[in-house]
Design a protein around this ligand. Structure first.
Ligand SMILES: Cc1ncc(COP(=O)(O)O)c(C=O)c1O
Length: 413
């Protein structure tokens, strides 16, 4: 098949909708457009049935029971509901003397959907501990254990990082939290549908996922809320008609939910094959680039990573300039959600990378439809673009001459 340009390799930001998902959704825009909460007629019943089917599809992908799924507009909302919902339900009320309302443990490289609710809670009287990942981009159970206190009410550690693709020690952290009787939430937005995610094996109490990362539509997601051992309670953040057992009011987005359900079912059936194919393509991409460019560095552990993600830094080359030099390839420098700013990526900085390396990184996100030809094209294009930019870099010239840049005194006149 002829190579089609531009090539989309930014699938951690969002994925196209799978045609099978779209087919499943279409009837729910017109013929079966009912409100799932309308109990008095067949339009409502059809919508309710569709939502019940999706609840089964989503829950069976993550080893949960259908009643444990709460529909949301996506992962941002689900993260907010989990974190603020737990804080309000299990934290102490605010007092005039400013006493601590409870302690939360999280990581410095979570998505903003977790970081920002935690920062808000910090302003509202909770103590928050922020763990930096190890140099290889992984958060260990040991690191979490070191932060646990008597008054810890919640641990929130993402399953896999969206920017570098590394996978954390979720099962071990789950076990630790169970032993200590602390609730454990994991933002599994990048993991659900890509690698095995099982809430029982992992011992998680709350977990979220989003349809648009797994070939489903934008605007549909879910929060898993454990109902047994322990039964987790949440204060809602949206009040209204009492939908979703009072935890998330609002008329359900039936086509979106149907799409999310279908996307989960397909992901479950095809995961083994897809993982095999994508890991091979990912490694071809990494090896192709790193073997041709001495200075290129893979960010994050080579093995413990999502099958579709690679993040590579190109010292002395500015990530934005590199992207401009390869306009027929869609990738991102830093997280897509933050790439509107030119701040170096906080995720890469949390790994201990300096500003220059954090500025010079590119994230590649493969998809179910990525091909070897596309990978070959991208490798070739990246290598040529980097070589071209390096040829114009005075800094790189100095390094080649054996000058240690850290010792240079950059005088100003
Ligand atoms: C790890 C992670 N969490 C949360 C989100 C937010 O998800 P949504 O777009 O569904 O709100 C994203 C999306 O980029 C993500 O990658």
């Amino acid at each position: 098949m002829a190579l089609e340009l531009p090539i989309y390799m930014d699938n951690n930001a969002t994925t196209p909708v799978d045609p099978r998902v779209l087919d499943a959704m279409l009837p729910y825009f017109q013929g079966k457009f009912g409100n799932a909460a309308s109990r008095s007629h067949s339009f409502g019943w059809a919508a309710e049935d569709a939502v019940a089917k999706a609840r089964k599809q989503v829950s069976s992908l993550i080893g949960a029971s259908p009643k444990e799924i709460i529909w949301t507009s996506g992962s941002t909302e689900a993260c907010n509901l989990a974190i603020k919902g737990v804080a309000e339900m299990y934290g102490k009320p605010r007092t005039d003397d400013g006493a601590c309302r409870g302690h939360i443990i999280t990581t410095a490289y979570e998505h903003k959907a977790v970081l920002d609710p935690c920062k808000r809670l910090q302003r509202e009287g909770f103590d928050v501990s922020w763990i930096d990942p190890q140099e290889n981009g992984i958060i260990t159970a040991e690191q979490v254990a070191e932060q646990i206190r008597e008054d810890t009410i919640l641990v929130t550690v993402m399953w896999a990082n969206n920017e570098i693709g590394t996978i954390n020690e979720i099962e071990k952290i789950g076990k630790l939290c169970k032993e200590k009787g602390i609730l454990f939430f994991t933002d599994a937005t990048q993991a659900v549908g890509k690698i095995t995610v099982n809430v029982e094996e992992a011992g998680v109490d709350l977990l979220c996922g989003s349809a648009h990362k797994i070939y489903g539509p934008k605007g549909a997601g879910f929060l898993y809320v454990r109902r047994r051992k322990p039964r987790v309670r949440l204060s809602p953040i949206i009040d209204g008609g009492g939908h979703e057992r009072g935890m998330r009011s609002g008329t359900l987005n039936v086509p979106g939910i149907v799409g999310l359900g279908e996307a989960c079912e397909i992901a479950g059936k095809e995961m083994v094959e897809e993982t095999k194919k994508l890991s091979a393509l990912r490694d071809k991409l990494i090896d192709g680039i790193v073997s041709q460019l001495d200075m290129a560095v893979l960010n994050g552990d080579k093995e413990k990573r999502l099958p579709q993600t690679a993040n590579i830094s190109f010292p002395y080359v500015e990530g934005e300039s590199l992207m401009m030099a390869m306009k027929d390839i869609a990738v991102s420098s830093g997280s897509a959600c933050t790439s509107a700013s030119l701040e170096p990526s906080y995720v890469l900085k949390s790994l201990g990378l300096g500003d220059e390396l954090a500025h010079s990184s590119i994230r590649f996100g493969l998809s179910r439809w990525s091909t070897e030809e596309e990978v070959d094209y991208v490798v070739d294009k990246v290598v040529k673009a980097v070589e071209h930019l390096l040829a114009m870099s005075p800094l790189y010239d100095m390094v080649k001459e054996g000058i240690d840049l850290s010792t240079v005194e950059w005088g100003s006149h």
